[in-house]
Design a binder for this molecule. Structure first.
Ligand code: SF4
Length: 258
């Protein structure tokens, strides 16, 4: 069981990735959070999992009745929430109080674009205190690719700086979505730039005593809800595995999700 918490109930994000599966995605930030409601819902659901009949109701097999993680992964960028740090603290304290942490993971899935903000850094400090981890989106190491795939104005260099900020504050894994856009496959230009980025991560993280060791590759599994949907398809597994081997040769742990 991965329990997802969605801060972006208004489907608002500060990026517009062409593969995004959020319905009616809009440009913007998460709305203000109702902390009393968050606490009530989280306690109710965790209680149902831990002590109720949730698994029976949904026919979950006995060996799969485990809370793998609580993941902040919503319909938009979660760090756009104004009360981000307070929300992370509240979730961490409730899950600890109910005996879920530290046995289960606490995951923040983010595009990393707001890591320079104090409230986001405070949230990562709290996440770290609860043994959490950041899955940091880095789909392209070229400026053209970032504009094309993510519609992101954040430069590659700024995203890289933010990645190091994240890794200084909390365990951080790089998460990369690779896909076929306009039947171009994984272009040599994208691949070369991405591997160069990883070499830089290796060198800089060693010099600054930051640990960025894990790379998670995946491709699109479901239909995009963006206008570009027809131009996008999954990359063949062989392409992902071949790239994973090249990344392993640089000294990283790599996982591939197809
Ligand atoms: S960062 Fe995530 S939520 Fe935002 S557009 Fe990209 S895939 Fe969608």
């Amino acid at each position: 069981m991965s329990l997802g918490i969605n801060f972006n109930t208004n489907s608002a994000c500060n990026w517009r990735c062409v593969y995004c599966q959020v319905n009616n995605l809009t440009l913007g930030a998460a709305p203000a959070i109702d902390f009393a409601l968050l606490e009530q819902e989280l306690r109710y659901f965790l209680n149902d999992l831990l002590h109720g009949d949730f698994y029976d109701r949904f026919g979950v097999e006995a060996d799969r009745r485990v809370i793998k993680d609580i993941a902040i992964a919503g319909d938009g960028e979660p760090t756009t929430l104004k009360q981000f740090a307070e929300a992370i603290e509240l979730i961490g304290s409730i899950a600890t109080d109910m005996g879920v942490f530290p046995n289960s993971d606490f995951v923040l899935i983010t595009n990393g674009s707001l890591m320079h903000q104090a409230k986001v850094q405070q949230g990562l400090e709290a996440l770290n205190r609860y043994g959490g981890q950041v899955w940091y989106k880095f789909d392209s190491a070229t400026e053209a690719g970032r504009r094309r795939f993510n519609n992101a104005s954040l430069s590659c260099q700024a995203s890289y700086t933010n990645l190091l900020v994240s890794a200084r504050l909390c365990t951080t894994k790089v998460q990369t979505c690779l896909f076929d856009f306009d039947r171009q496959g994984l272009t040599e230009q994208e691949k070369t730039a991405y591997l160069e980025l990883l070499r830089k991560i290796k060198a800089d993280s060693a010099a600054q005593q930051i640990a960025i060791t894990q790379i998670m590759l995946y491709t699109v599994a479901r239909q995009s809800k963006q206008p570009e949907a027809d131009r996008i398809s999954a990359l063949p597994a062989a392409v992902l595995h071949a790239l994973a081997d090249e990344i392993r040769a640089l000294g990283f742990d790599v996982s591939v999700s197809i």
